[in-house]
Write a protein of this length. Structure first.
Lengths: 342, 342
DNA sequence: CTGAAAGCGCTAACAA
DNA sequence: TTGTTAGCGCTTTCAG
């Protein structure tokens, strides 16, 4: 009753062309032997009738729908939106659709989404695991041989292709830079430690402090969900104290934006009152005054590479997992001033 | 060979529980009569075996995959990313996946994408038509009874549900505001006129000028693709002339961002040298100095309403098309100064 | 070169 | 209450 009952099936085409369904299929998909004349007759009939192959039926036979699933943490994060776009373009070229189903950074939802995709006979998965540790479901997925590429984050003990960036190194470089500018009381605005990138970036932060002989001050580290709103709040919390930090490192672009807003609302100026460096570049980092210094990721390369990895797996390629880690790049702009001069 | 060949089918479950496939199905989907004891036996067997219904097979029978297609103009535009997120949430609640396939503002691609979705027996469509006029394919889709909701833009002669905003009114209000501040040479940065919203927003611009007795100066209107990069270029073109405009109205947030960058690169300051109003609010409109005055759309309402419309259609509801048009709201911030004072 | 027939996994008449 | 059977639309042996 709902619709889409166009109803022109292979049977109709075959009948119209006076051949069997088998022959019609051969003509339409050009395989096997078909007489030239017969073939054209079939194709014409198909055109005339407006035949469109039923991909669900094809999928039932082949066991696979020409769809790939993408499970990001949050599609509204420009980082994932960009990757979604790039993936879509790549898969489209190969006749595959991209089914996007966000985990909303919730492990249970991630499990549910993955289950749901599997029952759809999706061909493969591109996943940004929301948890670095709670991931038996992913291990299982990989074990069962499902084509799978991890992106942005890897999950412990999962053997499969992955494409990530050097989170620790990037974070370290950022904090080193802050230290080089004379800062010692450097706050960190991070997201939940369950998340792989959060752990690595935190490690980089710690490492930088340590190698400069600065003790880690737990009270300078604040956890927040990765949204502008939450980050604003967390920033205000961080800077409300008397002996407030002189610098802030934020672990993703949404948080950087939240920090900007939070600091502004407190009347704190950058870089005069607070030096700021953020992980992940964003469109508007160059709009603010001053422009924001960031750790940039090679975002344009991540999606295409992940897509090509998955496509190779879909083509049946059997090689050991490839684990690519891209370097990051510190883009110095104007949000950090030397502590003394400021 | 590729995988996902878990291979536990209903048949296996039935065998394990010593019942027929029909009974197993009844127990699992709880319909028809099944003995209590039998039912639990089946359910247990299913659990034990890790049975997962094959939704492709179900779809072949029912003729419909529990997936809805979303065809935005560009998933990287935060406007569409937000809507994609909201749609996903709504459809997930109803057990439906969301297949996102961008038209990239290209009619041919839109047609191809729609064809592809149809051959997948997708249940329904949420579409932002890329062309206001070249849309016979959409008319056809609607005629054939495919559940369809148009979003952000409507297409001529298509009878179906739609959810849009008052583009003309919003644009008019923006330009009125500029005029009220003494501006007369008001430039327009718009996207291709093929796009519905572009037409309407242009009409609003014209209408405002006209009702204040200001002649339309074609040289003040520039067309650009809706990306930050293109908009930068277009802005520079617009403001490179001697008698440059004193104000600028941009028709979407990506263009507004491009305009900001373009003006900055020319050393023009806002609102001193140029007054600026943009259509569509964006995250960072409040980060800039000054903050940007915009025409805000009730974006949080669009996705959920469109989803509920489509869901009702999927449920078989037969009522005349509903065409909702939300009002916009001028959010005055600091990017416009009175012409004389400036 | 072409056709007949089987079967992918599931559901729904219809029988029993 | 349960089983039998047919068939969704397609592809692919296997005969002819």
């Amino acid at each position: 009753m709902p619709a889409t009952r166009k109803g022109v099936t292979l049977k109709d085409v075959a009948a119209a062309a006076n051949v069997s369904r088998a022959t019609a299929a051969r003509a339409l998909n050009s395989y096997g032997y078909v007489g030239d004349e017969t073939a054209t007759r079939v194709v014409e009939a198909a055109d005339r009738l407006g035949y469109r192959a039923n991909r669900v039926a094809q999928a039932l036979r082949s066991g696979q729908l020409p769809i790939v699933g993408f499970v990001p943490g949050d599609i509204q994060n420009p980082f994932f939106a960009r990757i979604a776009h790039d993936l879509e373009v790549e898969f489209r070229k190969q006749g595959h659709g991209l089914l996007i189903s966000s985990s909303e950074e919730n492990v249970e939802q991630e499990k549910a989404v993955l289950e749901s995709l599997r029952s759809l006979s999706i061909r493969g998965f591109i996943l940004a695991p929301t948890s670095a540790t709670d991931n038996r479901h992913i291990v299982k997925l990989a074990r069962e041989g499902a084509p799978l590429v991890l992106i942005d984050r890897v999950a412990k003990d999962v053997r499969c292709d992955s494409v990530v960036v050097d989170n620790e190194g990037g974070a370290r470089e950022a904090v080193d830079y802050l230290i080089a500018n004379g800062h010692r009381r450097i706050a960190l605005l991070r997201d939940e430690s369950r998340i792989f990138t959060a752990q690595e970036r935190f490690a980089g932060y710690q490492g930088a402090l340590q190698s400069h002989g600065i003790a880690l001050d737990e009270t300078l580290v604040t956890v927040s969900r990765s949204t502008v709103e939450h980050a604003i709040e967390a920033t205000i919390r961080l800077f409300s104290r008397r002996d407030r930090p002189t610098a802030l490192f934020t672990v993703d672009s949404l948080m950087t934006q939240g920090a900007l807003l939070g600091l502004r609302s407190m009347g704190l100026t950058i870089p005069h009152d607070v030096a700021l460096v953020g992980f992940d570049d964003f469109n508007l980092a160059t709009f603010t005054d001053p422009q924001i210094t960031v750790v940039a990721q090679p975002i344009a390369e991540i999606g295409p590479l992940a897509a090509s990895f998955l496509l190779e797996r879909l083509a049946g390629q059997k090689i050991p997992p490839r684990n690519v880690r891209f370097p990051t790049r510190l883009v110095v702009r104007g949000s950090v001033a030397p502590l003394n001069k400021a």
